[in-house]
Design a protein. Structure first.
Length: 471
């Protein structure tokens, strides 16, 4: 167990919304450490099919809204503070551990929400923050779709799939190690006359590696956002009406996920000509004959379309016009028998698309209706009321001033977070060895009497079953 139930409950109860000015300070880092442990424990509970007490505590103490708020804060901090070249260089060269864990908060929260929002009551517990979560997911999906399109067209040198300086980005730890080995080999071949061993070159290398880590985190958050968006679409009929309006009218999610099907970012072809697919956040080689086999990530956009286009209540609120009709019918060619056999619910989506073909959709015009809808104001208020210039100055002079001490207890705790045997077993997908001191020894079974069965069952008319054992 990564986090005992009693400790997890106290940690959840202590969670509270923090301001952007607190990002990176010791109090914020301690809460980040608690969030990471809660995330790992939630995954372990799901993996072992045991009681998910982290989810129950988040719902009981009404902390899911706080979780979403923290997600918006770290996203805004990354975009408006860490984007400053001076702050980025300081964090990359002097605070590599704290800096990485600070930015990793966004990925940890996305990963936690990806687990808990599978349940509809958890989505309902988010309250008014659901609109903010929908907006965040749509921003991430747009980034993911545009990055995949640019990568396939070959028009951009820096995308989610490429590293700064033309190097490919690592989607997994194995890719990162391979890239680092290639970079070390390149530096050794360059010779000693180029001065690569100087402090400036070492700082440049640290900055480049940190940028790669930022790209990896942004990629992971975007992939997790697709799953979160799918869960929200699945529960949309049980959520407030404003969420449905946000999905259908504000962001037009059915059209938004079309590029994820046409240019799937979780499928790539390597320079050696082999195909790879993203499975469990790891790139795995796929034989050509298995390319049509769906992975969980590939199924997410299809399930989003199914939940929004085949649900009667949702479909009645989504009027089709010529643009929507043409956009959605672009995926009709991908609905082959192999895909429908793997996701039988897509037969209903196929029928909907067939009906859409013969539908006479009106031209797309500006809607002149007077619409009243709930407004997501947390992010807008955060961006408008925060002095980002002052936060950049504070990051350089206070939070990330000096140099990271290797003997700092907080740094050691962050660095050793994933060194626990239970965490390693969880990340590797193998069960951890049981602690002999905690094993429960069952009492020996009572021996059966001669001529009597060892046990028997009594079936009552009420349907109950009573196990009988010899006395």
């Amino acid at each position: 167990m990564v986090f005992p139930a009693a400790d997890a409950e106290r940690a959840v109860e202590a969670l509270h919304a923090r301001e952007a000015a607190e990002v990176g300070n010791p109090g914020w880092m301690r809460q980040h450490l608690a969030l990471q442990r809660l995330n790992l424990q939630a995954h372990e509970s799901v993996q072992s099919n045991s009681d998910n007490f982290v989810l129950d505590a988040l719902v009981t103490f009404d902390k899911l809204g706080v979780i979403v708020h923290e997600l918006l804060v770290i996203e805004a901090w990354r975009e408006h503070v860490l984007s400053d070249p001076a702050v980025l260089k300081r964090v990359a060269t002097h605070f590599s551990i704290r800096g990485y864990h600070t930015v990793f908060q966004e990925a940890a929260i996305c990963n936690l929400l990806e687990v808990v929002l599978y349940h509809d009551y958890a989505a309902q517990a988010c309250g008014d923050m659901l609109l903010e979560l929908v907006d965040y997911c749509c921003r991430r999906v747009r980034w993911l779709a545009s990055a995949a399109i640019r990568a396939r067209q070959g028009g951009a040198q820096e995308t989610a799939l490429r590293r700064p300086g033309g190097r490919k980005s690592a989607a997994t730890a194995e890719d990162a190690d391979e890239l680092d080995q290639d970079e070390n080999a390149r530096r050794e071949n360059a010779g000693g006359d180029s001065g690569l061993g100087s402090d400036d070159d070492e700082a440049a290398q640290c900055l480049e590696d940190f940028k790669r880590q930022l790209s990896d985190i942004e990629w992971r958050c975007s992939v997790a956002a697709v799953s979160i968006l799918r869960f929200l679409c699945e529960h949309v009929t049980q959520l407030p009406l404003g969420v449905m309006t946000r999905l259908l009218d504000t962001h037009d999610v059915p059209c938004l996920v079309i590029p994820l099907i046409e240019n799937p970012p979780w499928t790539r072809r390597t320079e050696r000509g082999t195909w790879e697919k993203l499975k469990d956040h790891k790139w795995a080689q796929v034989p050509p004959q298995d390319l049509l086999l769906l992975t969980p990530l590939e199924a997410q956009p299809w399930l989003v379309l199914f939940n929004l286009l085949c649900e009667g209540e949702v479909r009645s609120r989504y009027p089709f016009h010529s643009f929507r009709k043409d956009s959605i019918l672009r995926i009709r060619k991908y609905l082959n028998p192999t895909l429908v056999d793997q996701l039988p619910v897509l037969s209903d989506l196929q029928r909907t698309l067939d009906e859409l073909v013969i539908m006479d959709a009106p031209p797309a015009t500006k809607d002149s209706r007077f619409v009243m809808e709930q407004v997501a104001e947390v992010r807008d208020k955060l961006l408008a009321s925060t002095d980002w210039s002052a936060l950049k100055k504070a990051a350089l002079e206070d939070i990330f001033a000096g140099k990271e001490a290797r003997d700092d207890p907080l740094v050691l705790e962050l660095a050793g977070l994933y060194g626990d045997d239970h965490v390693e077993a969880l990340l590797s997908g193998t069960p951890a060895e049981a602690d002999p001191a905690q094993e429960v020894i069952a009492p020996p079974a009572a021996p059966a009497r001669r001529g009597y069965p060892a046990s028997a069952k009594l079936f009552l008319q009420t349907g109950a079953i009573i196990d009988l054992a010899p006395v």
